[in-house]
Design a protein around this ligand. Sequence first.
Ligand code: NDP
Ligand code: 8X3
Length: 260
Amino acid sequence: MERRGTDRKLALVTGATSGIGEAVACKLAATGWDLVVTGRRADRLHALSKELAGGDRQVQVLPLVFDVCDEAATFAALEGLDEAWQTVDLLVNNAGLSQSLEPVHRQDPADWDRMIDTNIKGLLRVSRVVAPWMRRRGIGHIINLGSIAGKEVYANGAVYCATKHAVEAITRSMRLELNPDGIKVGLIAPGLVETEFSVVRFKGDLQRAAAVYQGLEPLLADDIADAVWYMASRPPHVHVADMLILPAAQASIGQITRLN
Ligand code: NDP
Ligand code: 8X3
């Protein structure tokens, strides 16, 4: 798809088929950004693109279906973009997941692989392609989705927590690497947000997923989209580098005040 005109800003949002990524895409489109949206579920991605494209602001939305765990597919999809779609001003590295809630001595190693490959290597793969585009233009902003699980740990979440600690370390290193090129690299670390996250973690067990948010008012994906928009819309001389955002009922990763 040809991108017409270059006066609008362009964002690339990974994992836009649900939850936080979808909300970020909606928020940015509503404020006049063109978008590249990605994910594996083609039907959802195409429906979202159709819904967001056009409108009062005539935004252009390009859906790109690929699995961030598939290195060749990730590189091919992104490197295949026309030059006008490579002028990415904002990359939101959001695609991610958790798999199961088990101690290390019981957790299926396939779950470790899936989390590490998606949350760490997926983010690295996308950044490896997009950061050079930003460096060429001497401008850009990368926002990575970390988590409170990247700042604290909990039992039965070792590998998920490790991946989010890695996202935090990668964010800080990339900030050092890209600062001389005029590129901002920020982190948004949410606490409990009610999305499909827990349904994915518990592999479709809706009851177990719902229990995670029982007795508290969790964050909504829109709350995090607001934060992404805030971080991305500061003036050029301001860099909001790190935001921890919790539901009011959550004091730490393990201390949650629930109403019964
Ligand atoms: P969702 O499950 O609702 O969304 C996850 C998104 O990631 C989906 O769009 C999914 O798309 C995409 N995704 C997952 N695996 C892959 C893959 N291999 N290739 C491409 N895309 C992939 O969860 P959230 O919106 O809650 O999660 C978004 C991010 O926020 C994650 O990084 C998560 O760790 C983080 N986070 C979430 C919190 C929460 O409480 N919900 C709290 C803190 C951080 P598709 O399946 O179509 O590929
Ligand atoms: C998701 C938040 O507490 O379920 O990153 O790990 S938590």
